[in-house]
Ligand binder design. Structure first.
Ligand code: ARG
Length: 479
């Protein structure tokens, strides 16, 4: 065997080898069976079952390549391919159930294959190791996963774009420090969530290029004396290129960390969005209401309509961030090349990818069903101090240095507060007493919608800019 699992089954006792699924494959040097506790502790089968299709695909490609280079006869290749398809059907259909005696999916498939096809099955492991097998399977699984993540991001972005189309001109306060800053349009706010998501899509896409490299044929770490064609097996599996150095091919996990990082970053974006939905659902905001499909009630308080979906996104983000930290820590002290520690990577990796995917879909559903109270802030924003910047900009536009204008408007705000009111107290008559540069007519300078529309600089909140960016995102989604 080209890998070095601590396994056994009495080399002398053929029946012993039958009992121990690994024994039939790699038991020669052991006298004692593996302990039952060790079997349970060391099996990754439950996690690996997700990679059944990938494992079978890897074996099919390997068998075909071995046939093409003359290491297997045509009959053997045919037998192996048919057998592998049968094993896939049996395991997927539950008619043959692997268990903890099979250390991993590779052992399970090979064991059953050999039971079904006999001698040919024992030849399949020529010029490969479980080290390159597991690396291959994970990369194949990740390629599918990354494509699915990319599509899920697109689904959420499409839902946000639809929201902009329906509710984009809705006026709302923009916040910094969770204090009202300036009036903005909801469309502007939603575009600020779309931006990070589009970068997540780029990150998944970039990661794909580094995942799309075949380790198959690296064997344990040193390559093989057999005349294999690694490029051919890579091509049969649809890999773009190879992980060339055989040691790097089996030891590298940076692609796993990279995908987990992309997931953790994406989840962090979803979590910020979710946090806003939770806040906006509170009576203190009353800006949105979670669709019933994504809200839950209370077992004691009959009135409750809690934004649980958003809260779960926040909570699950913490776990995906943990996945990334686990994957970084797991590898940092590992000498080259393969170490069994690496078996632990999939639990974190699969969790990160699957949770991110599910969270993207839940967020899409939340946005599709969310009720938005589009008039919620209109009256509220009139005279609101979030128009203070307007007054400063008004003065600055009339030649007053902005720092001076800022100071003047600060005094106006203080005066309004002392009167117990807001900027609606600020009339033309009052204006002149604060600064001679104020015009005779304040026009629409204290109108919140006009304030938002005035901000038509590139990327500003004005509707014209929102529409321009929406068109740009739509074009990007087509690529
Ligand atoms: N179950 C192992 C894993 O998932 C497969 C590789 C085993 N290689 C070894 N040398 N024990 O990582």
């Amino acid at each position: 065997m080209s890998d070095d699992a601590p396994s056994r089954a009495s080399g002398a006792a053929a029946e012993g080898a039958e009992d121990d699924a690994r024994g039939g494959l790699i038991g020669g040097r052991f006298e004692q069976p593996t302990g039952d506790d060790m079997l349970r502790y060391s099996s990754s089968l439950a996690v690996d079952l997700r990679m059944l299709d990938e494992d079978v695909a890897g074996s099919l490609a390997h068998a075909r390549m071995l046939g093409e280079v003359g290491l297997l006869s045509d009959d053997e290749v045919t037998t192996l391919c048919q057998g592998l398809e049968e094993v896939r059907r049996e395991i997927a259909g539950g008619t043959w159930v692997p268990d903890d005696r099979h250390e991993d999916i590779h052992m399970a498939v090979e064991t059953r294959l050999t039971e079904l096809v006999g001698e040919a099955g024992k030849k399949l492991h020529t010029a490969r190791s479980r080290n390159d097998q597991v690396a291959t399977d994970v990369r194949l699984w990740l390629k599918k996963g990354l494509l699915a993540l990319g599509r899920a991001v697109e689904g959420l972005v499409a839902a946000l774009l639809a929201r902009i189309e329906a509710d984009g001109p809705t006026l709302m306060p923009g916040y910094t420090h969770l204090q009202r800053g300036q009036p903005i349009l909801l469309g502007h706010h939603l575009l600020a969530h779309i931006g990070p998501l589009m970068r997540d899509r780029e990150r998944f896409c970039d990661a794909f290029g580094r995942v799309d490299r075949s380790p198959l044929g690296a064997c344990a770490m040193a390559g093989t004396p057999h005349p294999i064609d690694r490029r051919r097996s890579a091509e049969l599996l649809g890999f773009g290129t190879l992980m060339e150095n055989a040691m790097d091919a089996v030891a590298a996990r940076d692609h796993v960390q990279e995908v987990a990082a992309a997931c953790a970053i994406c989840m962090t974006h979803l979590s910020r969005m979710a946090e806003e939905l939770v806040l906006w659902s509170a009576a203190e905001f009353r800006f949105v209401r979670m669709g019933e499909a994504y809200a839950t009630g209370s077992s004691i308080m009959p009135q409750k309509r809690n934004p649980d979906a958003a809260e779960l996104v926040r909570g699950k983000t913490a776990r995906v961030q943990g996945d990334l930290v686990s994957l970084l820590a797991m590898v940092k002290n590992l000498p080259l090349a393969y170490n069994r520690d690496l078996q632990e990577d999939r639990e974190s990796l699969f969790h990160a990818v699957e949770t991110t995917h599910a969270s993207l879909e839940i967020c899409r559903g939340m946005w599709q069903t969310l009720e938005i109270y589009d008039q919620r802030f209109v009256a509220d924003l009139e005279g609101d101090f979030s128009l203070a910047t307007e007054l400063a900009d008004l003065l600055a536009g009339r030649g007053v240095p902005f720092r001076e204008a800022h100071e003047v408007v600060g005094r106006i705000v203080r005066w309004c507060e002392e009167q117990g009111g807001n900027l609606s107290l600020f009339t033309v008559e009052v204006a002149q007493t604060f600064h001679p540069a104020f015009p005779d007519d304040l026009g629409d300078w204290l109108d919140p919608r006009a304030a938002a529309e005035r901000r038509n600089s590139l990327g500003g909140t004005a509707w014209s800019e929102v529409e321009r960016q929406v068109a740009q995102v739509r074009r990007q989604l087509e690529t």
